[in-house]
Design a protein around this ligand. Structure first.
Ligand code: ACO
Length: 331
């Protein structure tokens, strides 16, 4: 039986470290408020001319090196982002060009914090059907250009950070190994509970000076509602994929959640009865990097040896849309 395995992972975060103390200089906030509410201590911000495809390129080169592969061995790119380099075309083609490859398909995924798992579901199906053999799966975000550095935008400005994470996926026939299940969900009833109202093609023109002046391009969030849904949907998504394989929580060696907020991760762990050493959290250092958060956390986990070959690894995410999902992998 053919399953999808993770051949290699890679990550890149910009050099610039932005501490909570630095944010205190731009808006009415405090290190204490940010740490208590989110667990975040610092995040990275991309350089002026650094886009999501630039960051993904470096992360990809690192993964290719780890895999002992060349870029032209990749036969499909699946890229998740909510902060595209440009309105169109998708960021995947810019990454493809920067990697120096042509011809292979580039599929952009717009599913926010669940983007990497939506991408994994698609890539897994492609590989299992034999459509493609080497898929580059990317999560990359530049949030620093979309947040508003004022007290008006503080509820979201303090949470988000920039970075990219990638995985190179391919087929394996090794018994029991690989992706055992991926499930994704959405409920558009809640679309406006975490969103950026502009630019908006439902308006003509899709962007106006008034929209910019009103700050409508920044993220808006009903934080408490997001919290409430995340702490129920994330455990449910994990349980759903465990059930597919006939596993239970006790069988898991590691859970990599979307790094939304430390308090959300802690509530999810508590709800599932997971001990701290079985949930990987790095939000302290990077903030919420949306589609990039799971692949960045995965890469660090692998680098630190916190995931070993044969381990059962769970993934769970929740985000804007609302969207949510889970995945289970025998590493
Ligand atoms: N610094 C200081 N004060 C702030 C800040 C800030 N950055 N942001 C908001 N406040 C103020 C509010 O204005 C409010 O002031 P008021 O009482 O005078 O009106 C006060 O803090 C409390 O605001 P609440 O929104 O009620 O704060 P709450 O305790 O709910 O915490 C938070 C807000 C952290 C966003 C919380 O709702 C939460 O954890 N939500 C989960 C959402 C989340 O983490 N999203 C991440 C992105 S989405 C995702 O990845 C799934």
């Amino acid at each position: 039986m053919v399953r999808t395995e993770f051949i290699a992972t890679g990550m890149y975060v910009p050099e610039r470290v932005v501490t909570n103390q630095e944010l205190e200089g731009y808006m009415d906030t405090s290190d204490e408020w940010i740490r208590q509410r989110s667990g975040i201590e610092e995040r990275r911000w991309a350089a002026e001319d650094e886009g999501g495809s630039d960051m993904a390129k470096v992360a990809t080169e690192r993964a290719l090196e780890a895999a002992g592969m060349e870029a032209d061995e990749i036969d499909c790119i699946v890229l998740a982002t909510i902060s595209p380099d440009h309105f169109f075309p998708g960021t995947g083609v810019f990454l493809q060009r920067k990697l120096g490859v042509t011809g292979v398909p580039c599929l952009d995924i717009r599913n926010q914090c669940t983007g990497f798992l939506y991408g994994l579901e698609v890539a897994d199906a492609f590989i299992k059907t034999g459509q493609y053999r080497r898929i580059l799966l990317v999560g990359t975000e530049v949030h620093s250009s979309g947040i508003i550095l004022s007290t008006e935008g503080r509820d979201t400005a303090v949470l988000f950070g920039d970075g990219a994470g990638v995985a190179i996926l391919g087929p394996t026939e090794e018994d029991g190994r690989g992706v055992l299940g991926v499930r994704t969900h959405a409920d558009g009833q809640h679309a406006e509970k975490l969103w950026a109202p502009a630019p908006a093609c439902v308006n003509k023109p899709f962007i106006t000076k008034a929209m910019i002046d009103e700050g409508l391009t920044r993220p808006f969030m009903e934080g408490r509602d997001v919290f409430k849904h995340a702490v129920t949907k994330m455990p449910a998504a994990l349980n759903e994929v465990l059930e597919i394989g006939g596993f239970s929580i006790e069988d898991l060696d590691m859970v990599i959640p979307h790094q939304a907020n430390m308090r959300i991760a802690q509530a999810v762990a508590k709800g599932l009865g997971l001990t701290d050493d079985k949930m990987y959290i790095n939000i302290q250092r990077y903030g919420n990097t949306t589609a990039a958060s799971i692949p960045i956390a995965l890469h660090e986990c692998v680098q630190e040896g916190a995931i070993q070959r044969g381990d059962l690894v769970g993934f769970t995410a929740f985000g804007s849309g609302f969207t949510w999902g889970g995945a289970l992998v025998r590493w």
